[in-house]
Ligand binder design. Structure first.
Ligand SMILES: [Fe+2]
Length: 204
């Protein structure tokens, strides 16, 4: 069965004033919809792959038939990455911080939450071109790592489990912030859904 654009658990204007409604609407209903449609179109050529979870396809891209491999990396990646992006946002969470096991893991890996935030912000601000910045967990290690990927490449393809992510494609911020990516990142922290990140860490 074809993959569907996920419904958001909040309205497009729910993240105002930090992320504006128009950006949310276009990002979700146009950009994410297009990744979803193109991912489905690629899988149509090998319909048996509809049975597989999109995340599992991305975990071992060498197993994807060659004629659709890059399309799945691009559009399947775009589909999965945006699914997580929306889940890691939530309204009305100003001044919120990670708690419990997540805070402990962040402190162990980056000394403190403030230090983590600085490193993550720098990474996302300085990443060249379109892509994503991630907090991930390595399978066999307790420590968390911050990485960036280009285009729609997924950390799953590097054996990493994503815990949280920020979309740093211009389509995520250009309408409101134009070229001021750091301003977008600063606002994005205010609507971070730490409960979701903690849940993903527990599953990792
Ligand atoms: Fe995006």
């Amino acid at each position: 069965m074809a993959h569907l654009l996920p419904k958001l658990s909040y309205t497009y204007d729910a993240l105002e004033p930090y992320i504006d409604a128009k950006t949310m609407e276009i990002h979700h209903s146009k950009h994410h919809q297009t990744y979803t449609d193109k991912f489905n179109a690629a899988l149509e050529k090998h319909p048996e792959l509809f049975e597989k979870a999109p995340q599992d396809l991305l975990k071992d891209t060498s197993k994807i038939p060659e004629d659709i491999r890059q399309a799945v990396i691009n559009h399947g990646g775009g589909y999965v990455n945006h699914n997580l992006f929306w889940e890691f946002l939530r309204p009305g969470q100003e001044n919120n911080t990670p708690q419990g096991a997540l805070l402990e893991a962040i402190n162990k890996s980056f000394t403190s939450f403030e230090n983590f935030k600085t490193i993550f912000t720098n990474e996302a601000s300085l990443k060249f071109g379109s892509g994503w910045t991630w907090l991930c967990k390595k399978a066999s290690e307790e420590k968390l790592v911050i990485i960036s990927t280009s285009n729609q490449d997924s950390p799953l393809s590097q054996g990493l489990t994503p815990i949280m992510t920020i979309d740093i494609w211009e389509h995520a911020y250009y309408l409101k912030h134009q070229n001021r990516r750091p301003e977008y990142i600063e606002n994005w922290w205010k609507v971070a859904n730490w409960a979701k990140a903690e849940e993903l860490l527990k599953q990792a």
